[in-house]
Structure formats: structure tokens, C-alpha cells
Design a protein around this ligand. Sequence first.
Ligand SMILES: [Zn+2]
Length: 101
Amino acid sequence: MHKATITQAGILAPFAVLAAGLGKQIADHGASTTAVISVVAFTLTTGLYFAAQVGQAMRTTLYNCPTKGCTVSIRARNTSPTELDRLRTLATDHAKHGTTR
Ligand SMILES: [Zn+2]
């Protein structure tokens, strides 16, 4: 969770620089305050969107069954460590979900 937050800040930082740069540039060209604010807000919103996507991906855990030919996989998000443990066992132990034929 903490690691994801730092990464998200790292993604957002270039967008903040970009937003400031764009805002200054169009302000220098005599754009209205509304236009400047719109550009800055839009750029920051895009940055926030990407940061949120990455944060969510980092909090998502995927477990695959190691047995050949078995396509069982479990994707967990925002799950407690205990539950993650249970899901990992369920996904990686073929006997727990495979057919007994
Ligand atoms: Zn399996």
C-alpha cells in the first residue's frame, strides 16, 4: 500500500510539471484564465487517472495453478493477508480445485 502510494506520486509528478508548463505556455499566448485552468485541470486529471490505474494494478495479486493444462487462476484485490494466503493455497494446490478423474 505504501509502496503503491510512492509510485503513484512518481507518476503524478511529471504530469504536474507538464500541467504547469502547458499552463504557463498558453497563458503567455494570452489565453484566458478559464482556458489556463481547464488545461491544467485536465492534465492533472489524466495524471491522477494513470496513477490510480497503476496503484490498483500494484494492489492486485494473481495466483496461477502450476499444473500443466490447468487454467485456474485467482486474481485478488484489496484482500487481507489471511485471505490472500487462503486464495494462494486454493490456486496453487491443484488437488484443492482440480477434478479427481
Ligand atoms: Zn489446477
